[in-house]
Design a protein around this ligand. Structure first.
Ligand code: CDP
Ligand code: MG
Length: 141
């Protein structure tokens, strides 16, 4: 059975710098996601570390949080049936080198770190990540 879900997506600094934001938003809408919330932000290193706290201590953590705080990002609250998996499928795998044709990371990713987009990976992480960037009252419509 399909369940209407929300997920948190981010257009990462590499994609924003590459003028890919419009293409990625068009792909999101063409694939039937409803955009419930959208903000363009330049997050700090501390804010990036808080967002990716689950990865603290991993070898890529310092570089990842430098990258995520290096420029503007676009954070999105998306809604669709089974949105969490649907968005991860549309992005493709973490490493763009392994991504299939037609995925966003294949088209716009340039390395395992600079992979163009983020997506929540489960219901509990989606709840945490949506609330990290959006207050409840901002997602009522
Ligand atoms: O984003 P995703 O859920 O696909 O991957 P993750 O394992 O949760 O890792 C979070 C982010 O860290 C990735 O999207 C990459 O930007 C980065 N990363 C990296 O730089 N090097 C790795 N070996 C793994 C992840
Ligand atoms: Mg992840």
């Amino acid at each position: 059975m399909k369940t209407l879900q929300r997920t948190l997506a981010i257009v990462k600094p590499d994609a924003v710098a590459n003028n890919a934001t419009g293409d990625i938003l068009a792909t999101i809408e063409a694939n039937g996601f409803r955009i419930l919330g959208m903000k363009m932000l330049h997050i700090s290193k501390d804010e990036a570390e808080g967002f990716y706290a689950v990865h603290a201590g991993k070898p890529f953590f310092d570089s990842l949080t430098d990258f995520m705080s290096s420029g503007m990002v676009v954070v999105l609250a998306l809604e669709k049936d089974d949105a969490i998996k649907a968005w991860r499928d549309l992005m493709g795998p973490t490493n763009p080198a392994s991504a299939a044709e037609g995925t966003i990371r294949k088209k716009w990713g340039s390395s395992i770190e600079r992979n163009a987009t983020h997506g929540s990976d489960a219901e509990d992480t989606a709840r945490f990540e949506l609330s990290y960037f959006f207050a409840g009252y901002q997602l009522v419509h």
